[in-house]
Every structure is written in C-alpha cells, then in structure tokens.
Design a protein around this ligand. Structure first.
Ligand SMILES: Nc1nc2c(c(=O)[nH]1)N[C@H]1C(S)=C(S)[C@@H](COP(=O)(O)O)O[C@H]1N2
Ligand SMILES: [Mo]
Length: 254
C-alpha cells in the first residue's frame, strides 16, 4: 500500500470513527489488528461492516439444485507429515484419531466459560441442528455452493456457559494454524460447527470430523479439523499461527 492511500484511509477513518463511537457504544469495537498502521484498513472494514449491516443479517441460502462441486483447499490432511501445515504436536494425533473413525475425538471448549468441558461427536449431534446451503468464497478467487449440517456455535457456547466478559472465540485445529472471530459472528444463527456436508459425514479433506462455518466472511475463517475452542475476553491475531502471516486480514466480511 502506498503512502497516499494510507493518508486517505486515515482521513476516512476519522469520519467513520466519530460515527462509530456514537452508534457502537457498548459493543466490541476494538481494532481487530491494532498497533500497526498498515492494518488500519482492516479496522476500517470491520467498523464499517459492523456499522452498516444488521448484526443478524443472514448470508444468502441456496436450493439443493444449486450445489456445486467444492474444491478442498489449504490443509486437506493434517495427518500427512509432508504437508507444509503439518503440526508435529497434533498431526500424529489426527492420524491416529482418523484410524478409529474419530470415535475417540473430542472437542475441548474452555477459556471464559463457566463449565469448561469436552464434547463427543454424539453429544454435539444431540444439540440443536441446522442445515444450510451456502456459498463458500475463497480468497484465491473461487467459490462453491455446498450444504452444511451442524450445531450452531451459539448452542455449544450456551452449553459451556459463556462468561459476560467474553468477546472473542478462538479456534485451534489439528494442523498448524489458529484463528478467531468476534461474538457477533460467533452468535450469528448461520455460524455452525459442521459435521455433515452435502448429506454425508464431513469428508477428511473438508475438515472431518468438525469444522466451523462463518458464512459472512471469506473462506479461510471457516476453520477445518477442529480440536479446541477457547473463549477469550481479549483479541488475539495468533501471530505466526494466524492467517495474518499470509498477509490476510483478520476480518474479511462479505
Ligand atoms: N484447519 C484449516 N482450516 C482451513 C484451512 C486450512 O488450511 N486449515 N484453509 C482455509 C481456506 S483458505 C479455505 S478456502 C477453506 C477451504 O475449505 P474446503 O477445503 O472445504 O473447500 O478452508 C479454510 N479452513
Ligand atoms: Mo481459501
């Protein structure tokens, strides 16, 4: 980004910020990537979207006949040590869980919750269920429509008892990344932890046994291969494990 556009953004920022203070009082409006002037653009995108869109506005949902074939991209097998996203700590665990068809897999939910706990897949399937046909849009320029079935993240957070101080939810998978979303997206009705895709169990390449779907942001926010969820009071960009290492924004609303 050149200096001129930073300057323009700053000027714009002032206008938006004064608007923002007036209308966002009491909600989480910290800059998602504070402390870095080159990241001010992210903050502007975040604030503007949060200002303009009703909080619970739904992403478009499609018909069964709209379903298209979906690429599997990024990490497609956390158990493969030859891949760049392989985690020496969690990759081997994934490989062994997969051998027993995820019978021993658990989702750990902890942090700013009253009842930190683990969920089996069966327990998650007993919670409320939502099926949605949505379009996945990847930062690389492709998109695809699929049907996703899972439990609303809000239901899981309710079961764990989110503390009132909580503002973000962080996701840790079996490959070497980590990411988070704010409470507005976490509690959105279309934000689900999906265990099914197109009427079948979630395939390995698409994030088995459980992945996140965040329908109002770009595809990389929909973390696959989940093992742990941590509710936090503070923002976290996850440093070298976050997508920011690729130069990608923390907030990518669409
Ligand atoms: N754990 C994990 N989740 C991930 C990724 C990844 O590499 N690891 N890639 C992301 C990106 S860039 C995209 S576009 C989608 C791809 O989802 P799909 O493979 O189901 O198409 O997963 C996202 N979630
Ligand atoms: Mo992507």
């Amino acid at each position: 980004m050149d200096e001129v556009s930073i300057g323009n953004r700053r000027t714009l920022l002032k206008g938006i910020a004064s608007l923002g203070v007036a209308s966002l009082t009491g909600c989480s409006s910290d800059p998602p990537t504070y402390g870095n002037v080159l990241r001010m653009g992210d903050w502007l995108t975040y604030q503007t979207q949060r200002l303009l869109l009703p909080r619970q506005s739904l992403a478009r949902e499609y018909e069964l006949s709209d379903i298209s074939s979906t690429l599997a991209i990024g990490s497609i097998d956390p158990g493969n040590p030859d891949k760049s996203y392989f985690s020496p700590e969690f990759g081997p665990k994934y490989a062994s869980l997969r051998k027993s068809e995820f019978a021993d897999w658990r989702l750990r939910v902890e942090g700013a919750v009253l009842n930190p706990r683990e969920f089996t897949l069966t327990e998650l399937k007993r919670l409320p269920r939502r099926t949605q046909i949505t379009k996945h849009t990847c930062e690389e320029g492709w998109s695809a429509i699929s049907q996703w079935t899972g439990v609303p993240l809000a239901a899981v957070l309710r079961a764990a008892g989110t503390r009132p101080s909580a503002r973000y939810v962080q996701f840790y998978p079996y490959d070497d990344v980590a990411d988070g979303i704010d409470m507005i997206d976490a509690l959105h009705p279309q934000t689900i932890l999906a265990y099914g895709m197109n009427g079948a169990d979630l395939p390995i390449a698409h994030g088995a046994p459980l992945r996140l779907r965040v329908e109002r942001q770009l595809g990389y926010k929909s973390m696959k291969f989940l093992r742990r969820i941590v509710v936090t009071d503070e923002f976290d960009d996850h440093g070298s494990q976050g997508w920011l290492r690729n130069g990608w924004s923390w907030y990518v609303g669409i």
